[in-house]
Ligand binder design. Structure first.
Ligand code: UDP
Ligand code: MG
Length: 332
C-alpha cells in the first residue's frame, strides 16, 4: 500500500480518553435525488449507533437541489429523529460544494462525510472512532476492493491517481474517497480554506494531520443510480489536477524548446544538403505534417492555458461556493 497512508508514527499519538458525556459525531451526507435511499441510510445508521450513551449521531443532510421527493422524506424523518439537520441548497451545486456546506454546518467533535447510497458502510464508523481515540486526527476509509465499480471506472481512477500524484503536491492517497473520520481541528482547518473551487479529496490531503486508515470493500449502491457519468468524472479529474499542480502550464516551455531546437537542427541539415550535394529538397508532404503537427501542439497549449485561465477567472469573482435556501432544525 502507498506509504502516505502510514504517515503518523504511533509513539507521537496522544490517547483521547472516553468521557462521561457521549461523543457527538456528525455525519455529513450530500443528497441529490436520493428519495429511494435516504430512509434506508438512516435505518442502517440507527442500527449501528443504537446506544446513545456512547456516541450521539448528528445528521447533517445537504439537499443538493434534488428534483424528487428527497426533501419531503428528510423532513418526515426529522419528525422522528430530532438529531437530523437539513441544509437545503438553492440549486444543484455538485457534491464538492454540498460537502463544503455540510462541513460548515456540522457541530460534532468528530465529523464523517458519507454517501447516502450505503456504499460507505456505517458499520465501519465505530472502528474509525476507536482509531481516533488512539490519537489519530484523520481515519481514512480505504477501498481494497472496487469490484462494485465498472472496469472503465476502475481503470480511469487508476490513471487519474497515477498522473495526479506524479505532478500534484501533496499526493492524494489512492482508493480513498470522501468517506473518512475527521477531528474537529481538521474540519475547522478545511472550513478556513478560502478557495471557491473545491476539489475535496485534494483539500483533505492538503490540510494533513495525523492520518491512518482502515480497509473495506466497497459494496454496490443499495438503490437508485450513480450521479457521476464519464464526462462529469473527466471534468472532476481536470479540476483535481489544475487545482493542485501548475506542471501542465510549465511543460510548454520545455516542449517549445525541444521542438524549436529540432527545427533548427533540421534547417541546418537541409542547408548542408543543398550546398554540399545540390539535392533539391522535396517538401510538400513533410511540410504538411510539420504544419499540422505544430498547429495541433499549439492549440493544445492554448487549451491548457484556457483551463487555468478559466479557473482563475471564476475564482477571482469570489462568489460563494453554495447558497443555502433554508436550514431545517427539528424544532422548526
Ligand atoms: N451527490 C450530490 N450532488 C451531486 C451528485 C451526487 O450531493 O450533484 C451525492 C449523492 O446523492 C450521493 C453521493 O453524492 O450521496 C455520491 O454520489 P453517487 O453515489 O452518485 O456517486 P458514485 O458512488 O457513483 O461515485
Ligand atoms: Mg455511490
Amino acid at each position: 500500500m502507498t506509504s502516505e497512508l502510514h504517515a503518523a508514527p504511533r509513539q507521537s499519538l496522544i490517547h483521547r480518553p472516553q468521557l462521561d458525556t457521549p461523543l457527538v459525531l456528525s455525519l455529513v451526507v450530500p443528497v441529490y435525488n436520493e428519495a429511494e435511499t435516504v430512509a434506508l441510510f438512516v435505518e442502517r445508521v440507527e442500527q449501528v449507533f443504537a446506544d446513545p450513551d456512547a456516541v450521539r449521531v448528528e445528521y447533517v443532510f445537504v439537499n443538493d437541489g434534488s428534483e424528487d421527493e428527497t426533501l419531503d422524506i428528510l423532513l418526515l424523518l426529522q419528525r422522528r429523529i430530532a438529531r437530523i439537520r437539513i441544509v437545503d441548497l438553492s440549486r444543484n451545486f455538485g457534491k464538492e460544494a454540498a460537502l463544503s456546506a455540510g462541513l460548515r454546518c456540522a457541530t460534532g467533535q468528530v465529523v464523517v462525510p458519507i454517501d447516502v447510497d450505503l456504499q460507505d458502510p456505517p458499520e465501519l464508523i465505530p472502528t474509525m472512532v476507536k482509531r481516533w481515540r488512539e490519537g489519530y486526527d484523520v481515519v481514512l476509509g480505504h477501498r481494497i476492493d472496487r469490484a462494485s465499480d465498472s472496469w472503465a471506472k476502475r481503470a480511469s481512477a487508476n490513471w487519474f491517481y497515477r498522473i495526479h500524484n506524479k505532478i500534484a503536491d501533496p499526493a492524494i492517497p489512492e482508493n480513498v474517497g470522501d468517506f473518512r473520520l475527521m477531528d474537529r481541528q481538521v474540519v475547522d482547518a478545511l472550513n478556513d480554506l478560502p478557495e471557491s473551487r473545491r476539489f475535496m479529496k485534494g483539500l483533505f490531503a492538503w490540510v494533513g494531520f495525523r492520518t491512518t486508515h482502515i480497509d473495506y470493500s466497497r459494496p454496490e449502491r443499495v438503490a437508485g443510480t450513480s450521479k457521476f457519468n464519464g464526462w462529469r468524472l473527466w471534468n472532476f479529474a481536470l479540476e483535481g489536477i489544475t487545482s493542485f499542480s501548475t506542471d501542465p502550464l510549465k511543460i510548454w516551455t520545455y516542449l517549445g524548446i525541444a521542438v524549436s531546437l529540432s527545427a533548427f537542427l533540421f534547417a541546418i541539415l537541409i542547408v548542408l544538403k543543398v550546398v554540399l550535394f545540390g539535392i533539391d529538397v522535396p517538401g510538400y508532404a513533410s511540410l504538411m505534417v510539420a504544419v499540422t503537427f505544430l498547429g495541433g501542439l499549439q492549440l493544445i497549449g492554448i487549451g491548457v492555458l484556457g483551463e487555468y485561465l478559466g479557473r482563475t477567472y471564476l475564482e477571482s469573482k469570489r462568489r460563494p461556493v453554495y447558497l443555502v435556501r433554508r436550514i431545517y432544525e427539528a424544532e422548526d
